[in-house]
Design a protein. Structure first.
Length: 539
């Protein structure tokens, strides 16, 4: 690899809300905070930004703002595969890294005016997205994630590249350190021939530093790898020493606490294997509920997402698929929903949840409350009426969430990934659809739903961005509204900003509980809705 590759993010150190939508207001209103245990600490102000909610609307609505936001031209000439929301320049405005498979002949990419393949792009957010000054990198970029890996206050980036032959000059899976807004490829200790698919961060040994888990697919001839953070953006392979088999393969990964012991666990989708954290390593949990019927040689289980979808306090799973049999043989295959009993024992409730089989691939799945009604919907990257097929939460029956079937199913089109972010900070979660075909554009869809109240929480870099922390939201009577973990990975080939977003419906005041790894909960009481807050010192 060409070391010293630079992804230079131009410094846009403007006033914190100068680039936001007109409906967004920034205040210095403090959230009332109390906490329990040894983690107790008063915060003078946690509020980063606010945006009012207009009401409650059941069905999410989106508007295509790709061209308006300046994304059409820089994303031409791509076999788009990775979409990673980040904040490269530290202005609290979401930026976007888009990765592509750029290893074909030029003619393959000569669509929509492109002269040939485009390299990976870093696009800085604001009133529109602007391309950063990027040294060209042409490889097979598959996925990635963002976090502060060296505890210096800014977000670094790990890019998974599904290389086939390093001798051909293909860039490997790489760590990019953030130096005052410039992302620089570093000598990280990751092998030069590591062909990754997806990336997750986890503090597996509870030493306060984020480690890297790289998912490798079944076609690479090797297994997924865990790399311990040694400091200074250097990492050591500790896969076997941490109790992980060296034959774990897949396409997606999610990190969460599935057995409620405040230690993070890892689920690798593809092989569908669950590893329970011990605080120093992992023990594999055996559960044949995760077995899938396949219909062809390239029917792969793909993305995965985790959250509490039925308000029982346990973290559940939804898993998507990259089944070629859907488009080749007309097989209809559903995404699958697994409910957790709290001991990391799962039940497949796909049929009861009315998650109907889909006529195309749905590699990306994500729990996200798109209408802010207080219940997680399921976003997929299958197509429906020209946009993503979304299963909207409809009701709860005997503890099982039931969803409305998306309208307009039938198109074979799908998107590789569909990472979400509130890019314009209006309190509604937006979607970026990563397009594989160079003849079609990737799409940025702005969420225009007249949704309910919301709350969004993050944690400062001093505490590893809170990655792996669990966040619970309660109403004033102590009833659980929603729970999930802060993570940098969702779905398939997708990276998200380390935040926890909850819709609240008509609830306008909440109590939050932030639970660190192996730590005492931090309680935040009487927090006003419709704001993003960051513990412990705001933004």
């Amino acid at each position: 690899m060409r070391r010293g590759t630079y992804l230079v993010a131009a410094m846009l150190v403007a006033a914190s809300c100068s680039t936001q939508s007109e409906t967004t207001e920034t205040t210095d209103t403090p959230a009332s905070t109390t906490s329990t245990g040894s983690t107790s600490e008063e915060a003078s102000s946690l509020t980063c930004w606010t945006s009012p909610a207009p009401g409650v609307e059941r069905d999410p609505a989106f508007v295509d703002v790709t061209s308006d936001m300046g994304l059409d031209e820089p994303l031409k000439g791509m076999h788009g595969h990775a979409g990673i929301w980040t904040d490269a320049n530290g202005d609290s405005v979401p930026d976007l890294f888009v990765g592509t498979f750029a290893d074909r002949e030029d003619s393959v990419y000569q669509e929509r005016g492109a002269s040939g393949p485009s390299p990976d792009r870093l696009l800085l957010g604001g009133s529109s997205f602007s391309a950063a000054n990027v040294e060209s990198v042409f490889s097979r970029t598959s996925g990635g994630a963002t976090a502060d890996l060296d505890s210096d206050g800014d977000l670094d980036l790990v890019v998974a590249r599904n290389i086939k032959d390093i001798a051909l000059g293909q860039e490997p899976t790489s760590v990019y350190g953030n130096n005052d807004g410039s992302l620089v490829a570093v000598e990280s200790g990751l092998p030069a021939d590591l062909g990754g698919r997806s990336v997750a961060f986890i503090d597996y040994d509870a030493d306060g530093s984020l480690d890297i888990f790289v998912v490798v697919d079944q076609y690479a001839g090797e297994g997924s790898r865990l790399f311990r953070n040694e400091g200074g953006l250097e990492f050591e392979d500790v896969t076997s020493g941490a109790g992980l088999p060296t034959d774990v393969v897949g396409l997606g990964v999610v990190v969460a606490d599935f057995n409620n012991d405040t230690i993070n666990d890892v689920f690798v989708s593809g092989s569908n294997r669950l590893f329970l954290g011990t605080g120093s390593g992992f023990d594999e949990a055996s559960d044949d509920v995760f077995e899938w019927e396949t219909f062809g040689p390239e029917d792969d289980v793909a993305g995965v997402s985790a959250a509490d979808v039925n308000r029982d306090g346990n973290i559940d799973l939804v898993v998507g698929h990259h089944f070629n049999s859907t488009v080749d043989f007309g097989e209809r295959v559903p995404i699958r929903l697994y409910l957790n009993d709290g001991s990391a024992s799962f039940t497949d409730v796909t049929e009861a949840a009315e998650l109907t089989p889909l006529p195309t691939k749905a590699p990306h799945v994500e729990f996200v409350d798109l209408n802010n009604d207080g219940w997680f919907d399921i976003l997929t990257s299958a197509s429906s009426n020209g946009g993503p097929a979304v299963f909207i939460h409809d009701r709860l029956e005997d503890g099982i969430p039931v969803y409305k079937q998306p309208d307009g199913l039938g198109d074979l089109q799908y998107w590789v990934g569909a990472p979400t972010s509130d890019f314009n900070r209006d309190g509604l979660v937006d979607v970026f659809l990563v397009e594989w075909e160079p003849s079609l554009p990737s799409l940025l869809l702005q969420n225009t739903t007249e949704g309910g109240n919301w709350i969004e929480t993050s944690v400062s870099s001093e505490f590893g961005n809170g990655i792996g922390w669990r966040v619970d939201a309660f109403d004033s009577d102590g009833n659980l509204i929603a729970a999930r973990h802060i993570t940098s990975t969702q779905g398939y080939s997708a990276g998200v900003l380390p935040t926890a977003h909850f819709g609240l419906g008509d609830v306008d005041m909440v109590n939050l509980r932030l639970t660190p790894l192996l730590g005492e909960p931090i309680e935040l009481h009487d927090v006003a809705a419709n704001q993003h807050l960051r513990w412990p010192d705001g933004c």
